[in-house]
Design a protein around this ligand. Structure first.
Ligand SMILES: Cc1cc2nc3c(=O)[nH]c(=O)nc-3n(C[C@H](O)[C@H](O)[C@H](O)COP(=O)(O)OP(=O)(O)OC[C@H]3O[C@@H](n4cnc5c(N)ncnc54)[C@H](O)[C@@H]3O)c2cc1C
Length: 486
């Protein structure tokens, strides 16, 4: 399948001389690199849209010092670098371009949990630690690391930080930006910035770490991070609720927050079509309710009380919502196994949608109060332009973040629909921007949203982005052609 939005940034850049590749291989040592089409394939390919870039070399350093030495060499010889974690990103930010002019630096061998400081409620980790391993390390100390997303078994914390990843618990704990206290970064000139401080207050000037959070590897390579921990909830409940519309789901969230406050840790809006796609496309999933409803909410509440102590408050809150027409039907899970099954179905939705074939993804956010209007306007506009299109949408209501992903009409081929990629993006994004929303709520810009971002951002904003990039990476070697066109 062709990725239609890759523009401009594939130009320039010569291939890398063999003498440099040999020097870099020597620096990485045996086991520290991959070369050749077959061995580098997994690092060049994207999970979505079948994009494959080119690179002569993938380096796998084991320490910050090794990363610094490699970057210093690349800076001296003007060699482009693509930092990579778990390669689960969805915007072509973590793969090399087609020019064969960049090396990939994978953090996959930097996997040490450096320290757990229970007094400070922090964990310090290498950038290559897989997210799920951080969650497990925290849980083994009765703590929670709340970042949670479908790719958590593969994505690495350096990638999560560089994409400012979101996921299902942002409503309560914030996105990655809110979970990072300190960073260690190798800058584009090879120097190491030791900002590994576990401070909740530090008013000594610009908060430099924020530049690297969501920086998509364009300003440096994150090598370690200090992350916030939270008490591990001891009581939790999961509910699957049928609602008649997105507007009702927003009203329901408001009502439940009045009753349960911050105990609500996740609140996902799910359209019926994606339930169908997931049941059909990913084995092991089944309909949670006998009746079919147009929209659902999957929610979690959690807290510190005795196990089961949230059951009654949640049932009472849902009963009152049902009475007042804010829900049509509701199930509270009777076991953690049932809860896991529902959350697995939520995690499988990206795969389910992929199995439906030919969907065009939008990772948007609008103010929560505009969600219903956005969905109604986008549905109408996409359907007018593409009669027979199948609406598909799921996302994080509390963050105003929806994955709004129209799926090809059944009688269209996948290729024919994907040719409409940019046109459909424009229809949806115009509506997003009219609501003062964002065209990328959690996945970032990478290359796939580069042209769209240039189209919608003001000159003032683009100038500021470019000024930051030039200040830290004047030679433009760090993840070139991503995030902002120079
Ligand atoms: C099934 C599925 C579900 C997903 N669900 C969510 C979701 O709910 N929420 C969400 O936010 N995302 C989601 N994603 C997207 C993806 O998992 C996240 O963007 C994740 O944070 C990427 O981490 P990674 O280690 O795979 O990074 P990569 O894909 O390897 O890289 C992503 C970006 O970070 C840069 N980078 C990686 N490591 C470093 C480093 N050490 N220093 C500097 N730059 C670096 C890369 O250059 C690239 O720009 C999902 C993906 C999949 C496949």
């Amino acid at each position: 399948m062709k990725a239609t939005t890759l523009t401009a940034s594939t130009s320039a850049a010569a291939t890398i001389a063999q003498v440099h590749l040999d020097a870099l291989k020597t620096m990485a040592g045996p086991g520290g690199f991959f070369e050749g089409e077959a061995d580098t394939l997994a690092y060049r390919q994207s999970w979505r849209y079948g994009y494959t870039g080119k690179t002569p070399l993938v380096l796998r350093p084991k320490s910050t010092a090794e990363v610094a030495a490699i970057v210093t060499y690349c800076a001296a010889h003007h060699i482009g670098i693509v930092p990579q974690g778990g390669n689960t990103g969805l915007t072509f930010a973590g793969q090399p371009r087609e020019t064969n002019s960049e090396i990939v630096i994978s953090t996959e061998r930097m996997t040490t949990i450096r320290n757990v400081d229970l007094g400070n409620e922090t964990i310090t980790v290498d950038a290559g630690v897989v997210l799920q391993q951080i969650q497990e390390a925290a849980a083994s100390k009765q703590r929670l690391f709340p970042l949670s997303l479908g790719a958590q078994g593969s994505c690495r914390i350096g990638g999560n930080i560089s994409t400012n990843a979101g996921g299902v618990q942002v409503l309560r704990y914030g996105n990655t930006r809110n979970l990072v206290l300190g960073l260690e970064v190798v800058l584009p000139d090879g120097r190491i910035w030791d900002g590994l401080r576990g401070l909740r207050k530090d008013n000594t000037g610009y908060d430099l770490k924020q530049l690297f959070i969501g920086g998509e590897g364009t300003l440096g390579i994150i090598t370690a991070a200090v992350l916030k921990l939270f008490p591990l909830p001891t009581a939790s409940e999961t509910a699957w609720i049928a609602v008649d519309s997105p507007a009702t789901s927003v009203a329901l969230l408001g009502r439940l927050r009045e009753r349960m406050g911050d105990a609500i840790s996740a609140f996902e809006l799910i359209r019926r079509s994606i339930v169908d796609f997931t049941i059909k496309g990913v084995p092991g999933n089944e309909d949670p309710m006998r009746e079919v409803h147009p929209w659902y909410v999957l929610m979690d509440v959690s807290g510190q009380g005795a196990p089961g102590s949230l059951h009654e408050p949640l049932s009472e809150a849902l009963a009152s919502a049902l009475e007042d027409g804010l829900a049509v039907d509701a199930i509270i899970c009777g076991s953690s196994q049932q809860s896991r099954k529902l959350w697995k179905m939520r995690e499988d939705m990206a795969e389910g949608q992929r199995a439906a074939g030919g969907s065009i993804a939008h990772d948007i956010s609008v103010p929560v109060s505009d969600i219903a209007a956005f969905v109604a306007e986008a549905d109408a506009a996409v359907e007018k332009a593409y009669p027979g299109v199948r609406h598909c949408c799921f996302g994080h209501v509390g963050d105003g973040n929806l994955h709004y992903n129209p799926v090809r009409p059944v009688d269209w081929t996948q290729d024919r629909f994907m040719q409409e990629y940019s046109a459909i993006n424009r229809i949806v994004h115009d509506i997003v921007v009219a609501h003062r929303g964002s065209i990328s709520a959690e996945h970032g810009i990478g290359r796939i949203r580069l042209a769209e971002n240039q189209h919608y951002k003001s000159d003032v904003e683009l100038d500021m982005l470019r000024a930051v990039k030039r200040a830290l990476d004047p030679a433009g070697i760090m993840n070139p052609g991503k995030l902002v066109e120079m």
